[in-house]
Design a protein around this ligand. Structure first.
Ligand code: BGC
Length: 244
C-alpha cells in the first residue's frame, strides 16, 4: 500500500510517500521548518502543504512528539502546549496519528535493526527530546515516554538529548558519557536484548557510540531519520488492513 508518512519534529516537519510493504520512500522527502509557535492550526497548515506538494489523496500517517491515545494528544513537552486535548486524527482529516518514537520503532522492528528478532527491544531516539519505543516479541507497548525518567535529579532528556549536547556545547565523548549513564538506567529497568539508537544523531553514530560501553548490544537505527516517516505510513497501513 502507498501511504503518505509525515514526521512532526521539534525543528522540522518531514513527509514523503512510502511503499509500506517495502518500507521505502517513493519520492524524495519534503522538509519544512516547524512553525513557531507550533500550534495545531499552524502545524495542520504545514501538513496540508506537504500533502498538496505530493498531490496526495490517499491514506496518511502522522507522528507527534508527545503521548497520543486514539488520535488525541495528551502531552506536548517540546511543542506548543495548546496541543494537549486536541484530536489530531480529526484535525489531520482522519489520518492515523501516533507517537514519533513509537513510529520510528515500528519501522526499525519491521524493516531495520529489530527485524526478525524476539525478546525485549528498546528503540530510543535522541533529538530535541528523548523518545522511546518498547517492543516485546515484536509487539509495541505504546507511549512509554522513557525520556522523562529522572536521572541525577533531572529529567533525562534535559541532560542527554541531542539538544542538550548542542546547548551545553559538549564534545561527542562528553555527551556519550551522559548517554551511557542514561542507557545503563534503562538497561537496569528493562534488561533488553537490543537497544537501537534513532533520531537525528543516528547518522552520526560513529562519533559517539564507540564511547558508549554497555552489556546490552547498542546499534544505530538502520533507517536513520527516515524511520519516523516510514513508521507513520506503516502504522496507517496496518490500521486500514485491520478495519477493512
Ligand atoms: C516526548 C515524547 C517524544 C520525545 C521525542 C519527548 O519530550 O514527551 O513523546 O517521543 O520527546 O520527540
Amino acid at each position: 500500500m502507498n501511504v503518505l508518512g509525515i514526521d512532526i519534529g521539534g525543528s522540522g516537519i518531514k513527509g514523503a510517500p512510502v511503499d509500506t510493504e517495502a518500507g521505502e520512500l517513493l519520492e524524495e522527502r519534503l522538509r519544512i521548518p516547524t512553525p513557531e509557535p507550533s500550534s495545531p492550526e499552524k502545524v495542520a497548515a504545514v501538513i496540508d502543504t506537504i500533502s498538496r506538494h505530493f498531490g496526495w489523496t490517499g491514506p496518511v500517517g502522522v507522528t507527534f512528539p508527545g503521548v497520543v491515545v486514539n488520535g488525541v494528544i495528551k502531552t506536548a513537552a517540546n511543542v506548543d502546549r495548546s496541543w494537549i486535548g486536541v484530536d489530531a486524527a480529526q484535525l489531520f482529516g482522519g489520518a492515523t496519528v501516533l507517537n514519533d518514537a513509537d513510529a520510528a520503532g515500528l519501522a526499525e522492528v519491521r524493516f531495520g535493526e529489530g527485524r526478525d528478532r524476539t525478546g525485549t527491544i528498546l528503540v530510543l531516539t535522541f533529538g530535541t527530546g528523548i523518545g522511546s519505543a518498547l517492543f516485546v516479541d515484536g509487539q509495541l507497548v505504546p507511549n512509554t515516554e522513557l525520556g522523562h525518567l529522572e536521572l541525577n535529579g533531572k529529567e533525562a532528556e534535559h541532560h542527554a538529548s541531542d539538544r542538550a549536547r548542542e546547548k551545553h556545547d559538549l564534545s561527542w565523548e562528553k555527551w556519550a558519557e551522559r548517554v551511557e549513564e542514561y542507557l545503563r538506567h534503562v538497561e537496569m529497568l528493562f534488561s533488553p536484548s537490543l537497544i537501537v539508537i534513532g533520531g537525528g544523531v543516528s547518522k552520526k553514530a560513529q562519533k559517539f557510540l564507540p564511547y558508549v560501553r554497555l552489556d546490552t548490544p547498542v546499534v544505530p537505527a538502520a533507517l536513520q531519520n527516515q524511520a519516523g516517516i516510514i513508521g507513520a505510513a506503516h502504522a496507517a497501513a496496518s490500521r486500514m488492513q485491520r478495519v477493512h
